[in-house]
Ligand binder design. Structure first.
Ligand code: PMV
Length: 311
């Protein structure tokens, strides 16, 4: 029997702007999704047949990346779904790791490339930010030019993304989930409309790009105060783009007194905020009081892992 597990991710800076050629930074979080697999009589997930809606990621991966016999999968996830924390990319990275290990050909780069294919095809479009972060762990910078600490390059259509390793300091954070789903393509389309008709939107995207570069420096110098202030600024710029919401703003405001800074993370509209703090319990209480679901997290170095276990 094999077991693979992959971490959640949070976009720290640059969501949406990354769609327009700006860099983005994502961190792996210590919430994990794991999956076990063994040969079976029929391919099943959690005891059920591969149904399209619930098991789209596993189904696509098995149908397109596997030519062996049936596999019985069991999943176990601590990552809340539709929260902007990358539960689907952690699932994609883990399933790919299992299939590659079964074929005797697992390696991190191949894992990142194939899990991107899974997400891209199931979602009908995606950037490799989430799947690369989940596979690699630690932190990543996605940009449109090759820089120091380059890990791999991923191309799709006329797009090429360069993925780089980042070494963040240990950061204590609290995620506040609004309980409303974040639906990526709706928010991406909304920003696209604004971008096409407004010079102001284009300037806002440029400002986010500058802020990501500042964020990279603040990570390297381990400057939490600066990082928090950049997170606040990034949130304001995302609000201008129209992807915040009443609930996200409420949760963000609730942690103002107990965090270095906080912002929505991921596509927005719903989903979660992330706050950088050295008072996680206090932040968690504030989030709960304002109707959110808190998750106290740290960043993690550990990306996708796959190993043989007793079954
Ligand atoms: O909601 P998430 O975590 O899938 O993040 C979406 C990030 C966007 O920049 C809005 C879209 C993308 O593909 O990069």
């Amino acid at each position: 029997m094999l077991e693979a597990s992959s971490p959640a991710k949070a976009i720290l800076f640059g969501e949406h702007a990354v769609v327009y050629g700006k860099p983005a930074i994502a961190l792996a979080l210590d919430l994990r999704m794991s999956i076990t697999a063994k040969e079976g009589l029929k391919t099943r997930v959690d005891g059920g047949n591969l149904r399209m809606r619930r098991h789209r990621y596993v189904k696509w991966a098995v149908e397109n990346l596997w030519s062996g016999g049936p596999i019985s999968f069991r999943t176990n996830s601590k990552i809340p779904r539709a929260s902007g924390l990358g539960s689907s990319s952690a699932l994609s990275s883990s399933v790919v790791a299992i299939l590659q290990k079964m074929k005797g050909s697992w390696n991190e780069k191949a894992n990142a490339l194939e899990s991107f294919e899974v997400e891209y095809n199931v979602q009908g479009g995606a950037s490799p930010t989430d799947t690369s972060c989940s596979t690699h762990g630690s932190g990543i910078l996605v940009s449109f030019e090759e820089m120091d600490h380059h890990l791999w390059t991923i191309s799709k259509g006329d797009r090429t993304w360069y993925v780089h390793h980042i070494e963040p300091p240990e950061m204590r954070m609290v995620v506040g989930f609004t309980k409303r789903p974040s639906i990526t393509h709706i928010q991406v389309n909304k920003v696209r409309d604004f971008y096409q008709r407004s010079g102001f939107a284009r300037e806002t995207i440029d400002e986010i790009g500058d802020l990501v570069r500042e964020g990279l420096k603040a990570i390297r110098s381990k400057d939490m105060v600066k990082l928090g202030s950049l997170m606040d600024q990034n949130h304001s710029l995302l609000s201008i783009l129209g992807v915040s919401s009443k609930e996200l703003d409420k949760l963000r405001d609730s942690v103002e007194a107990c965090s270095y800074g906080a912002k929505l993370t991921g596509a927005g509209g719903g989903g979660s905020i992330i706050a950088l703090t050295d008072e996680p319990e206090r932040c968690a209480r504030c989030i709960e009081r304002r109707g959110g679901v808190p998750y106290i997290v740290k960043n993690t170095r550990v990306g996708t892992q796959v190993k043989v276990i007793d079954g």
